[in-house]
Design a protein around this ligand. Structure first.
Ligand SMILES: [Zn+2]
Length: 751
């Protein structure tokens, strides 16, 4: 008999505040079979101690090249940006000094400590790393705070994938260690997909390619009924949580995800430890929480999960997936695929395992899937470190990365944490040397990002009011380095700023600047849009804070496996930690320039131009929809933005007093708050931004104009037109706001 569900015992008070010590992890490391996990009640004393001393990103398949292409959609046909318009050129010299202080060795030292042991969210090691960060940042001279939340984090207790017919086979779920990298023999978290329900079921298997909506539609067209079947799905192209959601819609009984060598294994190149690609036994762990409904703790949407906060019941948690799902390696997928019958797969569906893939039928391969999770509330801890601004202390530049990793996390997220620490170190040193920044800078080290962007979301929910008022911008790093190729995404208003920063930094050892490799033949910088999948989500999509996401990548296959280690980083991703140095230099420069700009370098013209492109694209696609008013408003935004830019150029050479600048800058960075929908999106009110949301079928990818697109995805034309009206109202308010800013600026230029 099939059994699917979750045991509710975790929500009883006696199971609250659970953490895991190193030994209990080891007990289910590299093991399958039933292991009971030690639960350690964290004493009230620990809690008090923690709070007193101040307590404790696809990538998103983020490294999936195809997914990145989706995210990193090239922007509009806009001209290359004008040159910098404010007085920040005077800071170029001090920025160069900052970069000279950045050390590759220092980044490596941080990386070594951060990646020494596996440190999944809620574990003892991750708490130790919080303390390491607190000590390190305090030594640098920062004011350090700990932010503790109590959130629902499922850990795997029992994971079993067993072929019962036509031959008996049991998936090993074991990632083979290698003597060339001793870290690979450390105890890793048993491969699992976080937030899968428990189950014990036996069903036939079918192959569903990448598990996208179009893949399931193709199967339906071929007459294949997915109902009651286990969907064998390869990773890639969309967020794994979206695959589980779509498969459930098509009636699947369960899903097994595997890493196909055509996507990141031997088909791409030599596998680890001889090359950077995925070895045959490597498994990609990962959450399947439905972050496009809402991210963060599933039990407390919209409010911070402070310890003791009431949680929703499982039935009420709309982000919890319903489909039992787990992940296996290529080596464990092979025997299943070998035994599957039915028709051969359609064009483009054949993967890289050297056998012919079949779709499967109802009678040959039957699998038993047995999953048991420990759904407990556990403590997580964000660390923030603040360097107060000398002249505008109430304006805050926020920059952050997550600390928790599925295993060692050298690339994801260790590289991000290392470069963030190094940037923090040089900025603190500069302040010590008398070169403090005008604005306040806050470095954030989020927890439980891997489970569902939890730490940053809870923080954003807790400090919504303060952030809305003070936060100038948020810069996100996740996997800062997994290769040498810089990638950049963000809101349109910060595109010119980002391009300006990169073009002011020489590309060491090569001609030109860091921006050059990002330019297309027309001289436009590749600059992706933001959907979700990392810690910028709450700041952009709920609080309307302008964000940039930056990192540098390369082709590899260690994502979310035991092989993303220090040795992997040193041998393949970043020999000599040179790219870490580049990234720390870029971050220090970005932060410094934003913190010292006399007039904040936001570009409203670009937002208008990008919006017009989006409107044209949607109108061409959905012929019956009247979006003309949105087009007109986009043109107005462009016009007003152009005038604002002109006025900013004039003002750049004028001496404004501090009070005037404060007033002006507040209007500049708070303008984006006007892009928020008062009540959020109809079907997912946690999301409030009128221009962008994560795509419900892709998870990480961006959905443009979601008041309209959500309705179109639900095939509701009338609601789509209402959504257009709602957007028009938001855009009018926004236009009104920036036009007021234009008048303000022009008045100042006339003085
Ligand atoms: Zn990450």
């Amino acid at each position: 008999m099939a059994r699917v569900g979750r045991k509710n015992h975790e929500l009883l008070p006696s199971f609250q505040r659970v953490t895991v010590d190193g030994n209990s992890w080891s007990s289910y490391l590299l093991s399958k079979g039933k292991v009971s996990m030690q639960k350690t009640l964290i004493s009230v004393l620990f809690l008090m101690f923690s709070c007193l001393i101040g307590c404790s990103t696809p990538q998103e398949d983020k490294d999936d090249p195809a997914l990145k292409a989706e995210k990193g959609r090239e922007d509009s046909g806009e001209q290359p940006p004008e040159t910098a318009i404010d007085g920040n050129r005077r800071h170029l010299e001090s920025e160069a000094v900052l970069r000279q202080r950045v050390r590759a060795k220092s980044c490596e030292k941080f990386a070594k400590e951060l990646t020494k042991l596996p440190h999944v969210a809620g574990s003892k090691r991750n708490a130790e790393l919080a303390t390491y960060l607190v000590n390190t940042l305090t030594q640098f001279g920062f004011q350090v705070e700990r932010h503790v939340y109590e959130v629902l984090l499922p850990y795997p207790v029992h994971v079993e994938v067993e072929m019962v017919a036509p031959v008996a086979f049991s998936a090993s779920l074991r990632e083979e260690p290698t003597e060339l990298d001793l870290d690979t023999s450390n105890k890793a978290v048993l491969p699992f997909n976080a937030y899968s329900p428990d189950c014990d079921l036996t069903a036939p298997v079918i192959y569903v390619n990448y598990g996208r909506r179009e893949d399931f539609e193709r199967l339906a067209a071929l007459g294949i009924d997915c109902r009651g079947k286990i969907a064998l799905t390869r990773y890639g192209r969309i967020f794994r949580g979206s695959k589980a959601k779509i498969a459930a819609e098509f009636g699947a009984a369960a899903m097994i995800l595997f890493s196909d060598p055509a996507d990141d294994g031997f088909v791409k190149g030599d596998v680890y430890p001889h090359g950077p690609f995925r070895p045959s036994t490597a498994v990609e762990r990962g959450s399947i929480l439905d972050i496009s409904t809402y991210p963060g703790d599933p039990g407390t949407p919209g409010i911070p999960s402070l310890p003791g906060e009431d949680q929703l019941t499982f039935d009420q948690m709309k982000s919890l997936p319903n489909l039992p799902t787990t992940c296996i390696s290529q080596a464990d997928a092979k025997p299943l695929l070998e035994n599957m019958k039915g028709s051969t797969v359609p064009d483009g569906w054949q993967g890289g395992i050297p056998i012919t893939y079949h779709l499967g039928d109802a009678s040959t391969v039957r699998l038993r899937l047995h999953l048991e999770m420990d759904y407990s509330l556990r403590l997580i801890e964000n660390i923030t470190a603040t360097l107060n601004g000398l002249r505008c202390p109430d304006e805050v530049i926020l920059i952050g990365n997550h600390r928790d990793a599925w295993v060692h996390g050298a690339s994801d997220p260790g590289s991000g944490t290392s470069v963030l620490l190094e940037a923090a170190r040089v900025l603190a040193d500069a302040k010590e040397a008398g070169q403090g920044l005008d604005r306040t800078v806050r470095f954030a080290f989020w927890d439980a990002e891997e489970f569902g962007i939890i730490g940053s979301t809870e923080y954003g929910e807790q400090f919504a009011k303060e952030l809305s008022k003070e936060c100038v911008a948020y810069i996100n790093i996740d996997s800062a380095v997994s290769g040498p190729n810089l990638r950049l995404a963000g809101v349109p208003t910060l595109a010119r700023f980002a391009q300006d920063v990169l073009s002011s930094i020489a590309n060491e050892g090569k001609p030109g600047s860091l921006v050059d490799p990002l330019l297309n033949e027309k001289g436009q910088m590749r600059y992706g849009t933001l959907g979700s999948g990392s810690d910028y989500t709450v700041f952009l999509e709920r609080l309307g804070i302008d964000c940039i996401d930056i990192g540098s990548g390369g082709a590899h296959g260690v994502y979310h496996s035991s092989y993303d280690t220090y040795v992997f980083m040193k041998r393949f991703a970043d020999p000599g930690f040179k790219q870490h140095k580049v990234m720390a230099g870029v971050l220090a420069t970005m932060v410094s320039r934003l913190a010292n700009s006399e007039i904040l370098p936001f570009d409203f013209k670009r937002l208008g131009a990008d919006l017009l492109q989006t409107q044209k694209r949607m109108e061409a696609r959905y012929k019956n929809l009247d979006l003309s008013e949105i087009g007109e408003l986009a043109n107005h935004v462009t016009d007003v933005g152009t005038k604002i830019n002109q006025a900013m150029v004039k003002l750049g050479s004028m001496n404004l007093n501090l009070e005037t600048r404060l007033l002006l800058n507040r209007r500049i960075y708070q303008a984006s708050r006007k892009l928020l929908l008062k009540n959020g999106l109809e079907e997912r009110p946690w999301y409030k931004h009128a221009l962008w949301a994560p795509h419900p079928d892709k998870g990480y990818g961006t959905e443009d104009l979601p008041t309209i697109t959500d309705a179109l995805l639900a095939n509701d034309k009338n609601r789509a037109q209402d959504g257009a009206t709602e957007l028009v109202n938001v855009l009018r308010a926004y236009l009104n706001e920036i036009d007021g800013l234009r008048q303000h600026l022009e008045r100042l230029t006339e003085q």
